[in-house]
Ligand binder design. Structure first.
Ligand code: 4AD
Ligand code: MG
Length: 482
């Protein structure tokens, strides 16, 4: 009886004439003789050669696409092209049958839309196998990056009573009977009777709690799920997404940008080294897709080239005001001078502006800083007004080609008077955030941090076009099936 070996390890070793056991799911079974078996450790299948003349016909019938098998046999040099070894089966055990009439995954190319509808089975395709192995490596690399630098992984709560972004996009959490809500005398919902004795919601960001940690541990990061009830019917938004949020005491905005750029390069390089084969597969997939498109819509670079380009180049850093000046004078397409930013300084950039800067103007990742105060969150450090009296904050957004905003962060407002004034202006309840304000009362110091949207990172590294395809179980409006 051979030892069970994962298919990836088996294919990487040169040893033949040994007995092994492999377990996995049937991708195809040709001529009653050749099983392509996959166990998810790699996209490469191992070929099992079946001695069909000496195998029970009833068993052969049960070797169908999707069935789970355990196969013991001898590793032999392959007869076929493209693979080094085969396994000559000695013993085949069906662990789980798969009715070929009903199994939704056929050995052919399925559309991503169709696979989204069977998200519970899509892991079994090459594309999703590659995506989720890359996602796994990126996630590990994030931890490794911070751990190498002495950051403390701080678990911030999923249920909170605050809305860190103040955008009113939080999902409520309650155990009240919705059909019979308790009311106060004035007719409002009586949250005192709710589980926590107050209104609570799912976190939109761990930042505020992260800041508390940084004010004692110096450098912390969170990496957890965050939730937003915003319009997530786009290819870039999810209602549940994972965010990496480091927070560092004694950092200013430049330090913050340096860290974010180093993190992005580190994790991309890690995935390129660790998952070369999967990324090459995804790169090829995109090239095949590109061939279907008209010449002018094809990508200038392959996925691999794009990732390597990103590692080799410094990100461009400029202020929001400088970006607006570029956009105002830009002619994004030949036919007409598109009127970018009609409303001018002070409005938020739309994704078409971001894409123009990154993909057409600079052709590199871009870090935009010093956004207008009015379009950013209350906690960002306020700059002195410029010569024109324009008010900005020490914000930074990192924009990536094909993605748009991948990171949002800032230096934080550590001055209590400035922070309280801004909260009043924006209607943020100070009494609710007394604990946050305490960090500005006792040993306040300059500090900064950012949030990296993990799925946007996975989108970039896998070259996929829709964020719903890079998270195992996407949550978006009217979808929480799996
Ligand atoms: O820019 P955001 O809203 O910033 C914050 O939440 C800060 N508290 C972060 C911090 O400074 N600690 O979100 C940060 C990033 C965005 O740049 C984007 O990559 C991602 O989170 N993001 C989303 N990703 C997927 N779906 C959504 N609905 C997202 N909203 C934000
Ligand atoms: Mg943002």
């Amino acid at each position: 009886m051979g030892q069970r070996i994962k298919i990836k390890a088996l294919l990487e070793s040169d040893e033949t004439n040994i007995d092994v056991t492999v377990k996995g799911w049937v991708r195809t079974f040709r001529n009653n003789q050749f099983i392509a078996l996959n166990d998810g450790s790699t996209n490469n299948n191992v070929q099992i050669v079946v001695d069909f003349e000496n195998t029970d016909a009833a068993l052969l019938k049960r070797i169908t696409t999707g069935a789970a098998l355990s196969v013991t046999g001898t590793v032999v040099p392959s007869l076929g092209k493209g693979q080094k070894i085969d396994i000559k089966a000695k013993e085949i055990e069906i662990l789980g049958d798969s009715d070929p009439e009903k199994y939704p995954l056929q050995p052919k190319k399925h559309s991503l839309e169709f696979l989204r509808e069977i998200a519970h089975l899509r892991f079994r395709t090459n594309t999703f196998g590659a995506i989720f192995r890359v996602r796994n490596s990126l996630s590990f690399a994030v931890h490794q990056f911070f751990q190498e630098r002495g950051f403390v992984y701080l678990h911030t709560p999923v249920i909170t009573a605050s809305d860190a972004e103040g955008a009113g996009e939080a999902f409520k959490v309650t155990n009240l009977d919705l059909d019979n809500l308790p009311r106060t005398d004035s007719g409002e919902i009586d949250y005192k009777q709710d589980f926590f004795g107050k209104a609570t919601n799912l976190t939109v960001s761990g930042q505020l709690e992260g800041e508390l940690g940084a004010m004692a541990l110096s450098d912390i990061y969170t990496f957890g799920p965050t939730f937003r009830a915003e319009n997530s019917n786009t290819t870039r938004h999810l209602a549940e997404f994972w965010m990496i949020e480091p927070e560092m005491a004694f950092y200013d905005l430049d330090d913050n940008m340096d860290l974010a750029e180093a993190l992005l390069k580190y994790v991309i390089k890690y995935a390129l080294d660790k998952n070369r084969e999967d990324i090459e597969f995804l790169s090829q997939r995109l090239q095949d897709e590109d061939k279907q498109k008209p010449q002018n819509e094809r990508s200038e670079m392959t996925l691999l080239e794009k990732l390597e380009f990103c590692l080799e180049n410094d990100f461009v850093r400029l202020t929001y005001t400088e970006a607006i000046d570029i956009l105002k004078d830009s002619t994004p397409n030949k036919k007409k001078k598109f009127q970018y930013l009609v409303e001018g300084w002070g409005t938020d950039l739309q994704s078409e502006h971001e894409r123009y800067l990154v993909e057409k103007h600079f052709k590199k990742p871009v870090i935009l800083t010093d956004y207008p105060k009015e379009i950013k969150a209350f906690y960002m450090r306020q700059n002195e007004p410029d010569a024109n009296g324009r008010e900005t904050v020490r914000a930074m957004d990192i924009l990536f080609p094909g993605i748009g905003e991948i990171v949002g962060g800032s230096q934080r407002e550590e001055r209590l008077d400035r922070l309280e004034k801004r909260m009043d202006e924006m209607g943020i309840p100070k009494e609710e955030l007394w604990w946050y304000l305490d960090t500005r009362r006792f040993g306040a110091c300059p500090h900064a941090g950012f949030g990296l949207g993990f799925e946007r990172l996975v989108l970039f590294v896998t070259g996929m076009g829709n964020i719903r395809d890079v998270i195992p179980f996407p949550r978006f409006p009217k979808n929480a099936e799996f």
